[in-house]
Design a protein around this ligand. Sequence first.
Ligand SMILES: C[S@@+](CC[C@H](N)C(=O)[O-])C[C@H]1O[C@@H](n2cnc3c(N)ncnc32)[C@H](O)[C@@H]1O
Length: 179
Amino acid sequence: MGDSLAEAKQLFPTCYSIEIAEKYYKLAKERFKSEPSIHLLHGNSAEKLREIDFSKARSAFFWLDAHYSGGGTGGEGNCPLIKEVGYIASLPIEKYILIDDARFILSPYQGERYCDIEQLFAILPPENYNVIIQDIVISVPANARKIVEEYCLKHTSSSRRKIKSKRVRVIVKKIVGDL
Ligand SMILES: C[S@@+](CC[C@H](N)C(=O)[O-])C[C@H]1O[C@@H](n2cnc3c(N)ncnc32)[C@H](O)[C@@H]1O
C-alpha cells in the first residue's frame, strides 16, 4: 500500500494522501515515516480533502483512486469521487486531475459503489480539457491540453483500433439483433 504515493514523491515537493481504512493508513504511516514531504490523513477523502491548505498553491495535481477494492479496504458502497471532484473544481487554482480505474465509471451506473460518468463530466472544471485514455480520466488546464492530446494520439495504436473495431462489431450486432 502506498505505491502511488511512492511514485508521486519523485515528482512533487509536497504530497498529501488520504486513506479511510485504518489498517492501510497505519501501513502507509510506517512506510513514509521518515518522509517530511509526505502528509497522510486518515478518514473519508470526500471530507478530509477540505483540511488541506491550498491557499498558497497556484496549482495542484490530484490522483483520485479512492474506492472499495476488497481485501480489508474501506469505503464499500460509498464512492467519494463526485464530492472530491465537486470540491476540487471549486478551488481557485489550476487543477490537474487524474482519476484511476475509469472502467468502473464507464460501466453501467452501480449506485453509490462508483459514480455516474455523466454526473462526473458535468462537474469537472469547465475550463479544463477532459479525456479518457488507458483506464484514466484526465482533466487538465488548457496549457497541458497539447501534451495530453499528443499522448493520447500516440497511445491509440492501430492494433488497438483493430481490437476495438472487432468489439464494436460484436456489440452492434447484439443491439441490432435485439431490435
Ligand atoms: C485502489 S486502492 C488505492 C491504492 C493506492 N493508490 C496505492 O498505491 O496503494 C483504493 C483505496 O481507497 C481507499 N478508500 C476507499 N474509499 C475511500 C474514501 N472515501 N476515502 C479515503 N480512502 C478511501 C480504500 O481503503 C483503498 O485502500
